[in-house]
Unconditional design. Sequence first.
Length: 519
Amino acid sequence: MTEDVVPTVSFADSIRYRYLATLLARFVQLGASAITLTVVPRALGPVAYGSYAFLMTTAASVRGVVDLSAYDAFFTFSSQERRSGSLTRLYVACLASQLALTLILVGVGVTTGAAGWLWLAQPPDRIVWLTILDWLVFVGIALQSLGDSKALTVRTQAIGAAVAGLNVAALLLLHSLGELDFDSYVRVNVGSSLVLCAVLAWWLLTIRRDECWIGRLFEHSRWYLTRWWRYARPMIVVNLYGCAGSWFSAYILQRAYGSSEQAYFALASRWSLLALTFAGAAVPIFWREISKAMAGSDRVQAARVYARFSQSLFFVALALSCWLSLASRSLVEWLAGPEYLAAVPVLMVMAFYPVVQTMGQLNDAALKATERTVQLRNLRLGLAIPDLLITYFTVAPSTARVPGLGLGAIGVAVQLVGWGFVSRQIYEWVNSRFLGQSYLRGLRDRLAAFVVVGTCAVTILAGPSDWLRVQLEWGTIGGLALASVLYFALLGILVVLWPALAGLSFLGLGHGQGRLGKR
């Protein structure tokens, strides 16, 4: 295999069916997550729930340190090949070595006492188990990505949805028996992650072994490693910074304010991520299609995919974010309980994080799919210092040696949403230039969507939901439910009358779906 030869790609499932399957699976997982976020925070309480969130964030940061962009390179390269068993075997060997190194680092930290600094005196057994859990979750994601890279999305997403349902059933059973606590919650998650990994591995590496597994471990390994080094080298420092930044905000929050404040942010963060359903379903497809188009030197098709996804997913994320922000008090009080009322203002801000995440994930995917990792590195490093400074000064207590604003969890939310939206504009501009798109036109469309959707949300959800609650005597959730139906119905009517608001047009939508669905 030589560098100038790009293997062809077979499309097992069309884009339309892949997105539909992913979306349906995400809705199942959305329901599962909503149930989990109702049951688990109540059962664990703010302190234990905050400790769980802190340990999972720290585990993900440690794992990210040893990744070295191997996952991104694997997905990108696998998307460009019809059969990539040798690449899959090489990546499995890479994962095994990364896991061994991670466990060694944890072991050294626990035995030398460094765990007290990095994990803030969390119990060693919890550190080990949550590190293992984080890795199992990641392996499941990697296996699903392998399926996405071969356009085998429908079955892999169905498997993921089924296991999510089993996970929720186990949690509800434990809760009904009064046995749901920190340790049992971890055991259930470990068990369901093991089941997911086992079933996906059976489906992809046995049933679909021709595309995913057949090949020799060291066949073309030098070629893959050369490509990986060229792809990953610019990103090594960036990944290390990203892991450090993620751990830094969680560490300050835990050290200065304790597990309860960590729990308020964790609850708000997890609820906000529910609004990422549509974008989360689309990003792997978006990444793959741009990677495929660029592998065939078809920049026009890559630009078409970028434009079609960007505005439509922004609109959907914005609509859900506005709803979540204005419904936050009712949801937290009803679902999580009065112990978490302090999380309401945090959720009102974090509700808009899916908008930032949608923009960020699409633009990161576009840079990685087009193998512009040097440019991505430069952007990340250029924004690193202001990012860390804003994080520190919004979160750090006013009594610290270098005083901050002392905003705690809400400070993290303000930094992620406010600074995140500003910084993402630079990525938008860079990708728009590369793909020949008009950045100003895109910004104008997004601002128009923000004004229209925000006006609809405030008009219908801010006051009328309480009025409906009183008039109809339906209670808080009843009034919110009716107002929500009116809100989404109005947005639907506006999209029909003004399809460009959501990045759609009747002629363009039909034509685009036909083109993409036949590929």
